[in-house]
Ligand binder design. Structure first.
Ligand code: FES
Ligand SMILES: [Fe+2]
Length: 367
């Protein structure tokens, strides 16, 4: 189903959601890559404006508690793991179990007041990431977005599971990722070039997913694709298909193939973008990539390519996307009058996902 551009009502909705900082709470958000939560360590992280401490229990499973002691609000992430699964507060030694109940109060009569407990969050480890459920409705495991492309992949063909924080509202980053026309300008030479501007853009709704696809026929292969396909011809068909899955994860298939041939005969990668609001103006950005159609031969060359893809993408996101997105955020915040974007053909996907997301948020709040 193709979508038409530009409806004022949809844009009004999109402005409202970003300004108010409303989020879908009953959904899974990535709290960390699995690799980042080591046994015996406490990881403190703000998620949807709530301080959370994440840790790995003795049996390897993950737990997450509010990172705020019930006594004097010291961050539990500054404490330590004691016994098998308890966190000891760094300040006066209260100990909490994985349900958030206080199990030890070492002072006076040692009585444990009934209010001595902290919130415990449902967590699940899947697709090499730790997902957390921030809402009050029962956590639904079937709602973890599908990133099975990350499972059972040789490490040589997947890149570092990386991330950093962008100082902008999550929606500005989704806007960036669902509108890949910017690669021809902001990432010229490494992820796009002028010839890819003339792509055919398709926007489709697949269930509640929004899928934006671009196809450029007989285009020059971008630098990244030349690396992955050493004898790639001068002219190829280039394709990208970005899938947004509510509330804020995206999966991209990007590659090139011989002119007129099918995508799966070509070479490229699945790019994974996992966004988790930290605050209304900061977002955790986790990313990695998994190759398909590996035409490069030998472990040494493939290791170089693995390194190059990881470095190029980190450079593109950190040095090219983030500065522009953060500047957009400052300009929007500083504007004397509320801003209202001009909508172009390239914005159809962005308009569409905001409409879907805002409906979900409104339905959650109504219930
Ligand atoms: S603040 Fe945690 S025990 Fe006092
Ligand atoms: Fe970008």
């Amino acid at each position: 189903m193709n979508i038409q551009v530009g409806r004022d009502a949809e844009l009004a909705e999109s402005k409202r959601s970003m300004a108010s900082g409303n989020y879908l709470s009953n959904a899974w958000y990535v709290a960390a890559w699995s690799d980042d939560v080591k046994e015996g360590q406490l990881l403190g992280r703000i998620i949807l404006k709530e301080p959370v401490v994440i840790y790995r229990m003795e049996d390897g499973k993950i737990a997450a508690l509010a990172d705020r002691c019930a006594h004097r609000f010291a961050p539990l992430s500054m404490g330590k793991i004691v016994g098998r699964n308890r966190i000891q507060c760094p300040y006066h030694g209260l100990e909490y179990d994985t349900s958030g109940a206080c199990m030890l109060q070492p002072h006076g009569t040692k009585n444990i007041p009934s209010r001595a407990r902290v919130k415990s969050y449902p967590v699940i480890e899947k697709h090499k990431a730790i997902w957390i459920w921030m809402g009050d409705q029962p956590a639904d495991e079937s709602k973890v977005p599908n990133f099975s492309v990350l499972d059972n992949v040789p490490e040589l063909y997947s890149t570092k599971r990386d991330g950093f924080t962008i100082k902008a509202n999550v929606e500005l980053i989704i806007d960036n990722l669902l509108d890949l026309s910017h690669t021809s300008y902001l990432h010229e030479g490494i992820l796009g070039n002028a010839e890819t501007v003339e792509s055919d853009i398709g926007v489709d709704l697949d269930g509640s997913d929004v899928v934006v696809s671009r196809y450029a026929k007989s285009a020059k292969p971008p630098g990244m694709n030349k690396l992955m396909w050493p004898d790639v011809p001068d002219k190829v068909d280039k394709f990208t298909e970005m899938r947004w899955m509510a509330p804020s994860t995206l999966r991209l298939i990007s590659g090139v193939c011989l002119p007129g041939s099918t995508k799966d005969s070509g070479s490229g990668y699945h790019a994974i973008h996992l966004l988790t609001p930290e605050t209304d103006r900061t977002t955790h950005y986790f990313f990695t990539a998994v190759r398909f159609g590996v035409f490069s031969k030998g472990e040494e060359l493939n290791r170089q390519i693995q390194q190059k893809i990881a470095e190029t993408r980190r450079f593109a996101f950190e040095e090219q996307d983030a500065p522009v997105i953060e500047a957009q955020q400052r300009i929007i915040d500083d504007a004397v009058q509320p801003v209202n974007p001009v909508i172009l053909a390239i914005d159809v996907g962005v308009v569409r996902y905001k409409q879907v997301l805002n409906r979900m948020i409104a339905a959650e709040q109504a219930s």
